[in-house]
Design a protein around this ligand. Sequence first.
Ligand code: ZN
Length: 351
Amino acid sequence: MFQPPRCPNHRCPRHLDPTPRFFVRRGSYRALCRAHPIPRFKCKTCGRGFSRQTFRADYRDHRPSLNVKLLELLASGVGLRQSSRMLGLSRHCTELKARKIARHLRRLNLNLRGPLPQGAVLQLDELETYEGRRNTRPLSVPVLIEAKSRFMIWAESAPIRPRGRMTAARERAIAADEARYGRRRDLSRRSVERTLRRGAELAEGLRTVTLSTDEKSTYPKVARKVFGRARLCHERTNSRLPRETWNPLFPINHTEAMARDLMGRLRRDSWLVSKKRRYLDLGLALWMAWRNLVRRRFNTDEESPAELLGFVPRRLTEWELLSWRQDWGRRSVHPLARRGESVERWSRAVA
Ligand SMILES: [Zn+2]
């Protein structure tokens, strides 16, 4: 039977320090969208009433039954407008749902990771896309993966300066953009460093950190800064080599190609555009969680990337991905928990 993991009132002492019997059961209620009654509880310390639903990721959602379908569509390269048509939702409602799901999956993906096993290989690359307008607002997206399992550790977007072939029309467009938004900054280095730090969080136990990248001149310095000179083994490959399977950077190139195919907004020559880069970041969070936890590593595999690294015991379903709220860090309920055990407790029990 479901045990509430904590009092949801964050001003209550039982929120951070729940005692085994901090609550009393208070019957149940029936919801139109659920087949079974939902148990209600009351905190003995602060008196706040809550239910099992308070701990679900679809807490307070309208049409919660469409969440899984929407996640599947968004992880299959379908855009927001087309998803809204297919689900019979308004565009605005679809956007809000997608953002809530993405923020939830961002937390889930961070909560369910642990230290990398010895022998892990990190690969970093940057892909280019844009926000709003292709010829004036380019973005760089550093992507960091563990190469053997294809686990996506991090990806985020950063503005870069427009470059490449300039025509008179393009220069006019850039000038108009600068008059409106100010000079476009180049934040790609900062973003590469932040991405590598996400890897460093998982690589603390590794004796040597193997990082492979292309020959971009700024990488060695940032990598040494993040991982320390002593532990780092930095392999660099010329990015002009053909992108075949024998190319040492094939795993990261392949991951990027997959993301471009299955995230509509990264596709080239598409009508789907990220208007603001923060929405691209949410899209990346959604896709990363799906790639790491749901999708098999290769089509011939049974295991997901997260499973291969030992972060979860099996592949998760989309429904499990969207099960329990994840906004209490490792104290959130584990998506595979049966009785409301936290990620921390559940992972320890399995190990
Ligand atoms: Zn309480």
